[in-house]
Design a protein around this ligand. Structure first.
Ligand code: COA
Length: 94
């Protein structure tokens, strides 16, 4: 936006979304929606049958909004701090 990178996402051939991030200063402006729409478009073009990600607690409602469901709840240690996320998945076949 105006020459600045304000968000980014990836989609791996397996359907795994490893990165999905919008800079806090640019949240709630529709950037996440555009990124998610682009991921869906690329997935359809490449015949990726399902999308999945390990989603932070704060982003979980956002992913639910786009049809992902919680498959598993995970806890892990990051630099000695206990963290939580959810494995979320969406079929692209329906
Ligand atoms: C979660 C995140 C991707 C949302 O991006 P964003 O650009 O702020 O989202 P948008 O403005 O495009 O919002 C699209 C829709 O989702 C909704 N939404 C956005 N964030 C939401 C949240 N945390 N909870 C519930 N709904 C949310 C918006 O209200 C909007 O709804 P509408 O279309 O009905 O108006 C972004 O806040 C983010 O990157 N957070 C930190 C990093 C993170 O946790 N990434 C996920 C790791 S896998």
């Amino acid at each position: 936006m105006d020459g600045a990178v304000v968000g980014y996402a990836d989609l791996q051939p397996s359907g795994y979304i490893d990165h999905f991030y919008v800079a806090g200063a640019y949240a709630n402006r529709g950037i996440g929606r555009v990124l998610m729409s682009h991921i869906h478009s690329v997935a359809k073009t490449n015949q990726v049958n399902e999308l999945w990600s390990k989603v932070s607690l704060t982003a979980e409602p956002f992913f639910s909004k786009y049809g992902f469901h919680v498959e598993a709840r995970n806890e892990f240690l990051l630099r000695g701090v206990k963290m939580f996320n959810a494995t979320m998945r969406k079929s692209m076949l329906a």
